[in-house]
Design a protein around this ligand. Structure first.
Ligand SMILES: Cc1cc2nc3c(=O)[nH]c(=O)nc-3n(C[C@H](O)[C@H](O)[C@H](O)COP(=O)(O)OP(=O)(O)OC[C@H]3O[C@@H](n4cnc5c(N)ncnc54)[C@H](O)[C@@H]3O)c2cc1C
Length: 284
């Protein structure tokens, strides 16, 4: 998500510092976009960054920050102009070292019992102005560029293929266990339908990203990939019921609960459809 933004809009110093480290996974970076009250309506975000000499002083709160507790840096959208006529025009894109004094990371435990989410608080955090990516108050443009890449990756072709393979293997196991032929036939046809949808999604992604990438369509990939991920996960849970329904079954139940979030993070399915209707279908 961050690499392409730095390649296209970052300074030479940012490219030199971040790109090799991102490529080698020497550093982990999390995404500080969402705030309480600013999820789908992201442009309403309030975390402020006030320029004081060579630094920005950052105050505010981010939420749902995945993996912040493992991360070294957070890339943040911050408000640098509270008086901008359009709220999108007062936002900047800032790289913040999570070890800076004044940063607090607090866990949020999700319904699957895991700790991947966090709240991140900024209390007079002093950030070198050289950590600004691109131009001040142009952060919304960079965020949209980043979200194009994020949404294409959330489509999760590889992850979906892995789940389809898992369902197929499960079908073989059930066959060996003597499940009724009619039940197996129903499962087989559901897997085939999902696999056909996935194949269509993969071809669409190749078509979009072959040659000149058109990120305008990435909301479609994200929404469809999420639907397919939820459908195949749901089917695996039904195929393995009643064991998968037990709260203590571990990974299956957790995986089902996690799958519900895929149509929310990176922008909910409803929001993806709104974007597509406005930017691609010109319906707004
Ligand atoms: C597992 C997980 C990981 C996440 N990781 C990160 C992260 O690392 N960094 C980060 O910044 N954020 C992260 N998020 C936050 C995520 O981006 C937001 O949850 C998402 O954008 C939705 O915002 P919200 O939760 O405030 O819901 P809301 O915006 O309050 O939406 C609530 C409901 O209303 C619907 N809705 C809202 N507006 C409209 C509209 N205009 N038209 C139609 N329907 C609408 C939504 O579709 C949704 O169903 C994560 C979320 C989850 C669940």
């Amino acid at each position: 998500m961050l690499g392409p933004v730095i390649i296209h809009f970052g300074s030479d110093a940012q490219r030199e510092y971040f790109l090799p480290k991102l490529l080698n996974a020497d550093i982990q970076v999390c995404q500080g976009f969402s705030e309480p009250g600013s999820g789908s309506d992201l442009a309403s975000l309030k975390t402020s960054a006030v320029r004081e000499g060579d630094e920005y002083v950052v105050n505010g709160q981010k939420i749902w920050t995945s993996q912040a507790h493992y991360s070294d840096w957070v890339f943040c959208l911050v408000r640098t102009d509270a008086n901008a006529v359009k709220k999108q025009a007062g936002i900047s894109f800032l790289l913040i070292d999570l070890k800076t004094p004044g940063v607090t990371v607090r866990p949020i435990i999700s319904i699957d019992g895991r700790h991947s989410l966090n709240e991140v608080f900024f209390d007079n955090v002093r950030v070198p102005a050289t950590n600004l990516v691109g131009e001040e108050n142009k952060g919304w443009d960079y965020a949209k560029f980043l979200l194009g890449h994020e949404r294409a990756y959330i489509a999760g072709i590889g992850r979906n293929k892995e789940r389809v393979a898992c369902a197929r293997a499960l079908l073989q196991t059930l066959e060996g266990e003597g499940y009724p032929a009619s039940t197996l036939a129903a499962y087989r046809s559901q897997i085939a339908l999902i696999e056909a949808d996935l194949h269509a999604l993969e071809v669409t992604q190749f078509r979009m990203h072959g040659g000149h990438a058109d990120m305008k369509l990435s909301p479609m990939l994200k929404a469809r990939g999420s639907e397919i991920f939820q459908a195949i996960t749901d089917l695996i849970c039904r195929m393995t019921a009643p064991a998968s329904l037990r709260a203590d079954t571990g990974s299956l139940t957790k995986s089902y609960l996690y799958s519900r979030a895929v149509s929310i993070f990176g922008g909910s399915t409803e929001v993806q459809k709104n974007i597509l209707s406005a930017t691609v279908l010109d319906l707004s």
